[in-house]
Structure formats: structure tokens, C-alpha cells
Design a protein around this ligand. Structure first.
Ligand code: 5CA
Length: 160
């Protein structure tokens, strides 16, 4: 595959960005970007600048919640549960794929098969540029965090 020929899942993310008016360019890396650490190394940035797109499910409502989390942060599930008004559980990999339309390691922050209630880690807004997955474990894009927040209509929260 040539560098300007995107895998179908990466192309789906590029098209979703275009439709949202978010000016990004999906890039396919030579190295794996499957984990936040690998993505940071491949992109030449700190782990905190990598956006993890994590799916949680409300224990009572079964609502899927998408949390955009700085790569160096761990979600405090109790604090998020208090914020959302219900306990959270982590769906398994198959459920994540069916909710988002993408496999773990490539889940993008937008462009999912269904609209997802989205929350953004406030720490991401402390960076000029952040990098997120773009559909596959090698595809990424960079964005100003505020532009990503606006495109995803994310509510900014403290996740830690
Ligand atoms: N491409 C990288 C950087 S953007 C990426 O997607 N990172 S990630 O953190 O958003 O995606 C990996 C995350 O998926 C892990 O942090 C972990 O929380 C979650 N995960 C890994 N395996 C499973 C699994 N079997 N079931 C549910 N969640 C999982």
C-alpha cells in the first residue's frame, strides 16, 4: 500500500473529519501506533499528547460513553461515575467494535457507527497539539485539542 492510500477504516475517519469540518490529515505510520506508548514513539511526542479513545458503558442505562483521555492518565472510574450519575463498566473488545465500528488500538475520537456521548480529559487542552488514532493500529492524526473538542462536541472533564 502506498503511503497516500489509506486503509478503509482510516479513510472512513478522514471522511468523517472532512464532514465535521475538522481540518486533519490521517497519516499511516511505518511503526505500530496500537498503544499510547507506541503512538508517542511513532509520532515523536510525549505519551500525554496521545488521545486514548476509551469506551465505557453505564451499568444502569447501558449507554456507551466515549472518554478521550490523555495517554499518561488513568480514568478514575468512581469520579466519572459520580459525574455521570451511574456506575461504569468496561465492554469487551467485541462490544467496543460493535459500538464504534473499529477495533481496539485504532478507535478514533469521532466517525463511529453511532453517535457517542463524548467526554474529554481537561489535561489534553494543556497541549498545543495532540495525536489520536484514526481507525487502524497504524493510522493517526494530529489536531489542536480545542478543535477536537469542538468537532466531537465533547464535555471537558477531569478524568483522574
Ligand atoms: N492507537 C492507540 C493510541 S491513540 C490507542 O488506540 N490507544 S487506546 O488506549 O485508545 O486503546 C487501547 C485501549 O483499549 C487500552 O488502553 C485499553 O483500555 C483498551 N483495551 C485493550 N484491550 C481491551 C479489551 N480486551 N477489552 C476492552 N478494552 C480493551
Amino acid at each position: 500500500m502506498s503511503s497516500n492510500e489509506l486503509a478503509s477504516s482510516a479513510l472512513k475517519v478522514q471522511r468523517a473529519a472532512d464532514a465535521l469540518g475538522l481540518k486533519i490529515e490521517v497519516r499511516q505510520m511505518e511503526a505500530s501506533t496500537r498503544t499510547a506508548e507506541e503512538a508517542a514513539a511513532a509520532c515523536g511526542v510525549t505519551v500525554g499528547q496521545i488521545v486514548k479513545s476509551l469506551v465505557f458503558v453505564g451499568a444502569e442505562s447501558s449507554t456507551p460513553y466515549l472518554l478521550l483521555v490523555a495517554g499518561n492518565n488513568r480514568v478514575n472510574e468512581k469520579a466519572m461515575a459520580a459525574h455521570l450519575g451511574e456506575k461504569l463498566r468496561r465492554p469487551d473488545a467485541d462490544a467496543v467494535r460493535s459500538v464504534t465500528g473499529y477495533a481496539i488500538g485504532g478507535i478514533p475520537p469521532f466517525g463511529h457507527d453511532q453517535p457517542l456521548a463524548t467526554y474529554m480529559d481537561q489535561d489534553l487542552l494543556g497541549y498545543d497539539i495532540v495525536w489520536a488514532a484514526a481507525g487502524t493500529p497504524r493510522a493517526v492524526f494530529s489536531s489542536a485539542p480545542a478543535a477536537l473538542r469542538d468537532a466531537t462536541k465533547a464535555q471537558v472533564v477531569r478524568v483522574t
